[in-house]
Design a protein around this ligand. Structure first.
Ligand code: COA
Length: 364
């Protein structure tokens, strides 16, 4: 599949050359969640909420939390190792980690992950696009491969929201979980199964305050004034975010479909960022897709940020829900605001291991 088409941003530019013959092709996939399962009942014991409220408003039954001392890189390494195994390789010349919860604000998490996976001297960097990070990461990996900068890229979406959400904040503590999902992309042809393309990416910085961690960056450090403990916690204006998520995801999905010259009905599986079941259902309905074509694992893992799409893919592929040759549409939305979509046809992948037990029993 060709990548993003040239858009006439500047009419004085010379006509752009045709897309190259190199594409990023999906060849490995895995997900990993920490074993500690936190159920709605458990949250209800310490917060003013209930299993019924959480299920009805979000579709979430349980999520996994990292153990004390466990950081995002620890989850990323587990998913990355399994993805390399699934691709039948130990090699990658670039490692990208999409995350909102890096181990430290400096340096990036990806170099450490690369080293721990034995990928010494690989190019390694983080992507910060909140819950859209995985789709932005796919576009970046596709660009590195198309440009001949890399032959094989390990892309990991990993987040530990339990480290930034205030455990007493009932509006957010119920939504987010920790996890990691990873894919391996190799250089291939645009017309082969697994080729990712037809990207739509976008952002709107006027929505900066709808999803944020106020403290910890240069804005707060360079601004005189007190910083309260709450400023280090994740905040979200749920209702507004809900509205933007539905509108932006549907519009972005439509743009990607149009770029590929597909109708919604040509899509076998719609894999949206697992924000909240009501959001996913509304977007699928808006696109005219029947609910059974919308892949969702939010019930078992909650919203895992940048990990959510690869985790949902790994879960669906491990249960053979997605079959070779089927068309898959990925769509994400996140803080920034950011959004993005892309398409691929499902390749032949070796057996994907199940990232967790759907019944809530910790995976080994
Ligand atoms: N348990 C019980 N009550 C809760 C609650 C909880 N966990 N969280 C909030 N409430 C209360 C509110 O305080 C409010 O009470 P009030 O009417 O007395 O003021 C009431 O429930 C309704 O709150 P509201 O925020 O209007 O609920 P909602 O239907 O919008 O659902 C979200 C809240 C967060 C579930 C919903 O807005 C949402 O899913 N937003 C998108 C979040 C998301 O997916 N973000 C990720 C995007 S990347």
């Amino acid at each position: 599949m060709p990548s993003m088409p040239a858009r006439p941003l500047n009419p004085y530019d010379p006509p752009p050359p045709a897309p190259q013959e190199r594409s990023a092709v999906l060849c490995g996939l895995a997900g990993w969640v920490p074993p500690h399962v936190v159920t709605n009942e458990e949250l209800s014991r310490r917060l003013d909420t209930s299993d019924d409220w959480i299920r009805t408003r979000t579709g979430i039954s349980r999520r996994h939390f990292a153990e004390p001392g466990q950081a995002t890189s620890d989850l990323a390494v587990e998913a990355g190792r399994r993805a390399l195994l699934s691709a039948g390789t130990e090699a990658a010349d670039a490692v990208i980690v999409a995350t909102t919860t890096p181990d430290r604000s400096c340096p990036a998490t990806a170099p450490l992950v690369a080293t721990r996976l034995g990928l010494t001297e690989a190019a390694a960097f983080d992507i910060s696009a909140v819950c859209t990070g995985f789709v932005y990461g796919l576009a970046s990996a596709a660009g590195l491969i198309a440009a001949g900068v890399a032959e094989r890229v390990l892309l990991i979406g990993a987040d530990t929201y339990s480290t930034i959400v205030d455990p007493q904040d009932r509006a957010n503590a119920i939504i987010f979980g920790d996890g990691a999902g990873a894919v391996v992309l190799r250089a291939g042809r645009p017309d082969e199964p697994g080729a990712v393309g037809h990207f739509d990416l976008g952002s709107d910085g006027t929505g900066e305050e709808l999803i944020m961690v106020a403290a910890g960056g240069s804005r707060q450090r360079s601004t005189p004034g007190d910083v309260g403990p709450q400023d280090h916690h994740f905040s979200m204006q749920g209702k507004e975010v809900y509205r933007h998520a539905v509108t932006r995801m549907a519009a972005s999905a439509r743009t990607a479909l149009a770029l590929a010259d597909y109708k919604a009905d040509d899509i076998d599986h719609f894999v949206p960022h697992q924000a909240n079941l009501r959001i996913l259902r509304s977007v699928a309905e808006d696109l005219g897709l029947p609910p059974e074509r919308c892949v969702s694992n939010v019930e078992s893992v909650g919203n895992t940020g940048a990990a959510s799409i690869p985790l949902a893919l790994a879960d669906a592929a491990s249960h053979q829900t997605i079959q070779q040759g089927e068309r898959v549409l990925l769509t994400a939305f996140g803080g920034g605001l950011t959004w993005g979509s892309c398409l691929l046809s499902w390749p032949a992948l070796s057996q994907i291991s199940r990232p967790y037990d759907r019944g809530g029993v910790p995976a080994s």
